[in-house]
Design a protein. Structure first.
Length: 133
């Protein structure tokens, strides 16, 4: 089989990153840094393949070193708010009023299906904005 330019590019990326099973915290941090640099941006086919490989290696390491229980919707919301540096007041439009927002943030009320869809759009739009900046 004759290598295509995308295969050559992938080979070059493999040589550059030298992905392998992650065994140490240093290797884990290096892989995280590489993946974070690739997140939310448009990647070539070769970069996407490398990204997916690195994510699999990171997940495997995390499964054995940082086991997690089931995530709650509130924990997911808090994680996104932290990741995108979003103040709770920025989400008033999603919930319709401050009182509902406060109840959700305090764990007194569950997120409805329509609110979950609005939150997904809100954070997806933020992720795309971060990539272009």
């Amino acid at each position: 089989m004759t290598p295509t330019s995308s295969q050559q590019t992938y080979t070059d990326l493999l040589i550059q990153y030298q992905p392998k099973p992650i065994k140490t915290e240093l290797e884990y941090n290096r892989a995280l840094t590489a993946v974070e640099g690739m997140m939310s941006c448009e990647l070539t086919e070769a970069e996407t393949a490398l990204f997916e490989l690195l994510v699999l290696l990171i997940e495997k390491y995390e499964e054995s070193h940082y086991p997690m229980g089931e995530s709650t919707p509130m924990a997911t919301l808090e994680s996104f708010m932290h990741e995108f540096d979003v103040a709770p007041t920025s989400l008033v439009g999603v919930f319709g009023c401050v009182e509902l927002l406060r109840e959700v943030v305090n764990g007194q009320r569950k997120v409805s299906q329509s609110q979950a869809e609005s939150l997904a759009k809100f954070f997806n739009d933020l992720g795309l904005t971060h990539c272009t900046n």
